[in-house]
Design a protein around this ligand. Structure first.
Ligand SMILES: [Zn+2]
Length: 96
């Protein structure tokens, strides 16, 4: 995903088109994350924000299943993975 070592909040690209804004859950509350998302994440017509909790870790060597082409990255991992930490993931959810 992204190559930076310091994790504050950052964009993850999911399949090249969809993007998710990912916040360190120790540094941001859900309310703070949504406030930042309002400025950084333009919503389309009929879309609203959805916040989910997931886990992320830093991979010094990018795992093969991660689509990014950097040598190392932060990406999603199982909760019990070594070095994992909780994140708040903001995505846009299209309402019918
Ligand atoms: Zn990656």
């Amino acid at each position: 995903m992204k190559k930076t070592k310091k994790f504050d909040y950052m964009w993850f690209s999911v399949d090249g088109a969809n993007e998710e804004l990912v916040f360190d859950a120790k540094k941001y509350t859900k309310e703070q994350a949504l406030e930042i998302a309002k400025n950084e994440f333009p919503l389309g017509n009929g879309e609203e924000f959805e916040v989910v909790e997931r886990y992320v870790r830093y991979y010094p060597s990018t795992p093969s299943w991660c689509g990014c082409d950097s040598g190392s990255c932060y990406t999603y991992c199982p909760k019990d993975s070594r070095g994992s930490f909780k994140v708040l993931v903001i995505t846009s959810d299209e309402k019918a």
